[in-house]
Design a protein around this ligand. Structure first.
Ligand code: SPV
Ligand code: MG
Length: 291
């Protein structure tokens, strides 16, 4: 099944689904092998893994290169964190074309301004996009897609920037009317309250996507009961890798030896397996001249 169709089914199915963050071809492969139905190509994680900030410091084509590796390595759908669309409607619709060419299943754009800042940094001072401008951007993106099942998720940042329920609902409804396939309602609170009130009023007008990074103590059951369609675990592979890299670097630095580290890291054979080295071995036997 096409990756776009897979993502559409995930979003529109009755059951609550989960997608997991990845930030390169290797982590995308691992997410797929784990059993997740889809991948979140996180802006935070991709930028951090590139050693830059989540402020559009990496250009959109640099990010596209990473996405291409992620997409080539996997067969489950990737939902790309497209930040604010890398410019106005024109940049955003060109992004859709380029994503489709790489079999990326969908993109999420947030109603802030380029260059964006991560939602958990100085959130209250972040300006929101003009509703009409952002709605035009969504329309242009939906008009640009050639695959009917390509997904555009509109992310509402009203709660993040200190606005209330009314503003969040007004924006979500405008984005629905502009043609968005789903609404990501984001929150920086450590509880589920404002999202829950939003979901009650929203009452299923479009599928709802949640990112519980800050309200991680909320039980998944509550997301289900509130009627959420998709939960994004947005950054835990990146954060796990930071700890793993720090620990092993420190050990080897102190020991001036890799003796203790050997049994604490993945076997080389596992690295080769994840790279699908076996396939090249077979291909060489098939295609290289016999000696
Ligand atoms: C990301 O993963 O880059 C996101 C989610 O946009 S958050 O960091 O929660 O804003
Ligand atoms: Mg992001």
């Amino acid at each position: 099944m096409e990756k776009t169709t897979q993502l559409k089914q995930i979003l529109t199915s009755k059951e609550l689904d989960f997608i997991m963050e990845a930030h390169n071809g290797l982590s995308a492969t691992i997410v797929q092998e784990t059993g997740f139905k889809g991948i979140w190509a996180s802006g935070l994680s991709i930028s951090a893994s590139m050693g830059v900030r989540d402020n559009n410091e990496a250009s959109w084509t640099q990010v596209l290169e990473i996405l291409e590796f992620m997409s080539d390595a996997t067969s489950i759908p990737i939902l790309f964190d497209g930040d604010t669309g890398f410019g106005n409607f024109n940049n955003a619709r060109r992004l859709v074309k380029k994503l489709e060419q790489r079999q990326i299943a969908g993109v999420c754009i947030e109603d802030k301004l380029f260059p964006k800042t991560n939602s958990f940094i100085n959130a209250a001072t972040q300006p929101l996009a003009d509703i009409d401008e952002f709605s035009g951007k969504i329309k242009a993106m939906k008009d640009a897609q050639t695959d009917d099942d390509f997904i555009v998720v509109a992310r509402v940042e009203a709660f993040i920037t200190g606005w209330g329920l009314e503003e969040a609902l007004k924006r979500a409804e405008a984005y629905r009317q502009a043609g968005a396939d789903a609404i990501l309602i984001h929150s920086k609170r450590s509880d589920f309250k404002e999202i829950e009130s939003f979901m009650q009023e929203w009452s299923g007008r479009l599928p709802i996507v949640l990112v519980p990074t800050k309200y991680y103590t909320t039980s998944t059951e509550l997301f289900k009961n509130a009627g959420a369609n998709l939960v994004i675990w947005a950054n835990h592979n990146l954060r796990a890798s930071i700890d793993a890299i720090k620990n092993i670097s420190e050990m080897i630095y102190r020991d001036e030896s890799i003796y203790r580290a050997e049994n604490l890291v993945a076997a080389l054979e596992e690295v080769f397996r994840l790279q699908n080295s076996n396939e090249l071995d077979l291909a060489e036997r098939k295609y290289l001249p016999k000696k």
